[in-house]
Design a protein around this ligand. Structure first.
Ligand code: ATP
Ligand code: MG
Length: 549
């Protein structure tokens, strides 16, 4: 670690710890509760925990914090592991907090032996009443002075299932007058007759988060336990548990600001509600800020890691512009996503003076990258252009096609609109055009300048497809609950899109730039006959603009 440079306050702490010998190897963990799918906020924590371990040659565990039996699910566990690996990180070990229940029980017994924990018969409501407030001290529980013998006997009976849910709890004996409410004899264990997804019915007492988490860290030899700011006030309790349970070496907790992002819900509870109420098609709906939603939408791990790197790690909460995330994926895909032509809302064009069966023109797969080569794109007498690229009565700055005007078809010819065909209702059904045969690359009039260049597809060889255009799930920050902020137009389906032939070879998950529109990804809903493409992000980078780029 001779030439490393700390990028954030956590790295600064680590470099200090390594230098003065507090630790010799950095061990971190990413500890999700398996009660939902991971979201982009978790990606920040994953990049931080795994990234830090990698940077300092240490290791990072994936640990399921599965000490709460009621909300957890195997489906979530599988999705979490997949998402971590997809982001590009390999856990040193995949572990379960529930595997340490016996160890936690022993530590609770140790606290009882030391006179530092007691069984309390107050109800949850009474415990709340006795706790006091920020301005008033709490009151001691009448059960606080039970003998060690009695506490030992009662706690064993709790474990054996002698009592009903809520009848008794085990509490730490700390200080009911502490200015920190978390230190006012917090509950360590509660009774819950529930089946756990791994331990089944073996246990009917379960440890509380504030007791379980430090012990899980200690058990695994975690050196730096990184969590979000809400836990800052819990740190004294974390340290109390570590010290009094005699855990050596002691892990230490550090807090960083959680990621909040504009136009984005960042809570598993709300995301679950969207899934359960059918607002979205599932946890991997491309509009969801979940890792699986982003993956399906077409986001790349590189873009997400780049985003996490750029937002950095701070000690105070703030809100990141969702435009930055979009900027990151645009930048990555700009370099790697092959260009293709797709017409979302087709308008037929017949080129009246074009004779013969058609031909192929050459189009670059990736501008700025010669190695990506060119592909042949079929051109013939009948093509389609975007309906929005034609106007019968164009306003002043409209440089696309209009009666009597010329445009260039990308990598092909210049065409001129001669007449407009309409149906009985006055809707435009077709344009009649002529072309300039010399205007193709290499031709005598190739250099002729016209104002607009349009994308197009050949009518005979195009493939019909469905394109799904997405907008944010949430409206611009209006007041109220998330359910009142839902954007009714977050999905717009283009059912009649036409794609150039080259897209017939695309596999699910492949990403492209559709010229002049944006980046798109082939969706798993695709069938042989009908490919489906998701809009990942449009080409317009309002974020870069706002940053003066
Ligand atoms: P949620 O409120 O969305 O359910 P959580 O914090 O309860 O999130 P956990 O499964 O407990 O979710 O989180 C696992 C880890 O990810 C924790 O260390 C937590 O601090 C971190 N994390 C969760 N949300 C964010 C976020 N928005 N930004 C950064 N880290 C986060
Ligand atoms: Mg949680």
């Amino acid at each position: 670690m001779t030439e490393s440079k700390a990028r954030n306050f956590i790295e600064a702490i680590i470099e200090d710890d390594l230098k003065n010998g507090r630790v010799s190897e950095i061990v971190t963990r990413f500890p999700p509760e398996p009660n939902g799918y991971l979201h982009i906020g978790h990606a920040k924590s994953i990049c931080l925990n795994f990234g830090t371990a990698i940077k300092y040659g240490g290791r990072c565990n994936l640990r399921y914090d599965d000490t709460n039996p009621v909300k957890e699910d195997e489906e979530y566990i599988r999705s979490i592991e997949r998402d971590v690996r997809w982001l590009g990180f390999e856990p040193a070990a995949v572990l379960y907090g529930s595997d340490y229940f016996e160890y936690m029980f022993e530590k609770a017994m140790l606290l009882i032996e030391k006179g530092l924990a007691y069984v309390c018969d107050l109800s949850a409501e009474q415990i709340r009443e006795y706790r006091g407030t920020l301005t008033e001290p709490g009151k001691n529980s009448p059960y606080r002075d039970r003998s060690v013998e009695e506490n030992r006997r009662l706690f064993l009976q709790m474990r054996e299932g002698k009592y009903k849910d809520g009848e008794k709890v085990l509490r730490a004996k700390i200080d009911m007058a502490s200015p920190n409410l978390n230190m006012r004899d917090p509950v360590l264990y509660r009774i819950l007759h529930a089946t756990h997804h791994r331990t089944g019915d073996k246990w009917c007492i379960y440890p509380m988060y504030d007791f379980a988490h430090p012990l899980e860290d200690a058990y695994e030899g975690i050196t730096h336990s990184i969590c979000t700011l809400e836990f800052e006030d819990h740190r004294p309790l974390y340290d109390w548990v570590i010290e009094n349970c005699e855990c050596v070496p002691a892990p230490r907790q550090y807090e960083f600001a959680r990621l909040n992002m504009t136009r984005t819900i960042m809570s598993k509870r709300y995301l679950k509600k969207l899934v359960d109420e059918g607002v979205v098609s599932g946890w991997d709906d491309p509009r969801m800020p979940t890792i699986s939603g982003l993956r399906r939408r077409g986001y790349t791990p590189e873009a997400i890691r780049d985003f996490c790197e750029r937002i950095g790690v701070a000690k105070s909460n703030s809100e990141v512009d969702v435009g930055l995330l979009e900027h990151c994926v645009r930048e990555h895909l700009g370099e790697v996503a092959p260009r293709r032509m797709v017409v979302l809302d087709p308008l037929k064009v017949v080129i009246e003076n074009y004779e013969g069966d058609g031909e192929y023109v050459l189009s670059e797969n990736l501008p700025k990258n010669e190695e990506a080569g060119r592909r042949e794109v079929r051109f013939s007498r009948e093509i389609y252009i975007e309906r929005a690229d034609f106007m019968e009565e164009p306003p002043p700055k409209f440089f696309r096609l209009a009666p009597g005007r010329e445009v260039r078809l990308k990598d092909a010819y210049i065409i001129k609109c001669e007449s407009v065909i309409k149906d009985e209702n006055g809707n435009i059904t077709e344009l009649r055009c002529t072309y300039d045969p010399g205007s193709k690359t290499g031709g005598p009039t190739a250099g002729r300048k016209v104002k607009g260049t349009l994308h197009w597809v050949d009518a005979a060889s195009a493939i019909p497809c469905e394109v799904r255009l997405y907008d944010y799930l949430l409206n611009e920050d209006s007041e109220g609950d998330f359910s009142e902020r839902l954007n009714p137009d977050s999905l717009k389906v283009m059912p009649n899109a036409l794609a150039e032939r080259a897209l017939a070879d695309a596999a699910v998950g492949d990403k492209f730039q559709f010229l002049r529109q944006g980046y798109f990804c082939k969706d798993p809903d695709s069938t042989e006959a009908r490919p489906v493409f998701n809009l990942i992000v449009s080409l317009k980078d309002s974020y870069a603009k706002s940053q003066g780029a």
